[in-house]
Design a protein around this ligand. Structure first.
Ligand SMILES: N[C@@H](CCC(=O)N[C@@H](CS)C(=O)NCC(=O)O)C(=O)O
Length: 364
């Protein structure tokens, strides 16, 4: 394992050297660099329906719209974004080298990432959990019934860590293998059947292997499983187990070296939530511009009170964001909601006033 970490370390340094041309901005202000180049560079999932996907040359999805919201906040233009597809294992590297300004890439906020990646996470944008998907015809309806089988996972994710830990906690012996079946790790053996956890570098490869019946199950964030099931040829043939293995609070992130930029991300996300609470949408935001309601005047930056100015961006940044991208509820319904193929109920991702966890601190 030590050898593996050394290799990973060297690769990291090498990747850093390769990217020195862009790393200069890491030491300076990311916010200023975005303003100067007139474009936000946002790292997104290479292809996760509902969250981020390139369709006919256009990036679409929930995470994509978060990037657009940040661009609208800083530059007044939600289209001023360059999207960079980022694999799970490259997330910390592209951030550290300055190849991207920020990530909006179904990334779970954890303590080790917060510290080891030198990241500043924004507010949680999607409360998720880890699930397991099987073929319905297998009759498997619990994790224990997968003992002795093969579970496929994407590497360098919390998903892989949680899966291994869950097997360990349940006393189920397992071996971790790479896509070719080469062994990476074996847990203590016991009389119980040994489960195989097969770790892939890309979700597509993982899913293809599952659809070729070479994994008994795939495990991923529930939203990703719903996305993949909705796009499969026969969604009814796939079932997601009731067991939820973990908490997966997904949040955007940037480097902690530029707290001013991190603040812009934080308050723009809060703004999306606050707008929904205030009933301000992309359709009606112009009607609110003349409002005398002090909470709305402050929120839209239409009065003398500073909001955006304090963040180093236009005072009326939330007007630009809401008019061009919409509020949190609009973004959710557009990409993930009941009317979309994913059909995810709001659940925990509902406003606090509706029994969910979304809550924006005051804009004052
Ligand atoms: N939220 C987890 C998982 C993130 C992740 O990259 N998951 C993979 C496996 S579900 C993914 O989204 N792949 C794209 C896909 O499923 O299409 C993390 O931050 O580690």
């Amino acid at each position: 394992m030590k050898f593996m970490s050394m290799i990973v370390g060297l690769l990291f340094v090498f990747a850093g050297l390769q990217r020195t041309t862009v790393s200069a901005q890491v030491t300076g202000s990311v916010l200023q660099a975005i303003q100067e180049r007139g474009e936000l560079i946002c790292g997104v999932n290479p292809g996760l329906p509902g969250f981020s996907q390139e369709i006919d040359g256009d990036w679409v999805g929930f995470d994509v719209d978060l990037c657009r919201a940040i661009a609208a906040a800083i530059l007044g233009d939600s289209n001023a974004v360059r999207f960079i597809p980022v694999d799970a294992a490259d997330r910390s590297i592209v951030l550290a080298t300055g190849e991207v300004d920020m990530l909006a890439r179904n990334t779970t906020l954890t303590l080790s990432r917060d510290t080891e990646w030198r990241a500043r996470f924004g507010p949680v944008v999607f409360y998720d959990g880890q699930g397991i998907m099987v073929r319905r015809e297998s009759g498997i309806n619990s994790l224990d019934l997968l003992a002795g089988g093969t579970i496929c996972v994407e590497t360098a994710t919390t998903t892989e860590l949680n899966m291994r830990e869950t097997l360990e906690v349940r006393g189920l012996p397992y071996r971790l293998v790479n896509p070719n079946g080469d062994e990476i790790f074996t847990s203590e053996v016991s009389d119980l059947p040994q489960t195989t956890v097969r770790a892939f570098n890309s979700a597509d490869e993982m899913l293809n292997t599952f659809f070729e019946n070479r994994c008994d199950a795939v495990t991923a964030d529930l939203s990703a499983l719903a996305a993949r099931r909705s796009r499969s040829d026969d969604p009814g043939s796939l079932s997601i187990l009731d067991e939820i293995l973990s908490k997966e609070p997904l949040a955007p992130l940037s480097l902690d070296s530029d707290p001013a930029f991190a603040n812009v991300i934080m308050w723009t996300i809060f703004g999306l939530i606050e707008a929904e609470e205030l009933g301000i949408t992309s359709q009606n935001v112009t009607d609110f511009v003349d409002s005398e309601d002090t909470r709305i005047v402050r929120f839209l930056g239409t009065g003398s009170e500073v909001v955006g100015d304090n963040l180093g961006i236009p005072n009326n940044f939330m007007f630009n964001v809401i008019s061009q991208v919409g509020n949190y509820g609009e973004i959710y319904s557009r990409h993930l909601g009941e009317e979309t193929p994913l059909g995810l109920p709001r659940g925990l991702n509902q406003l606090w006033t509706e029994g969910g966890l979304l809550y924006s601190p005051p804009f004052r």
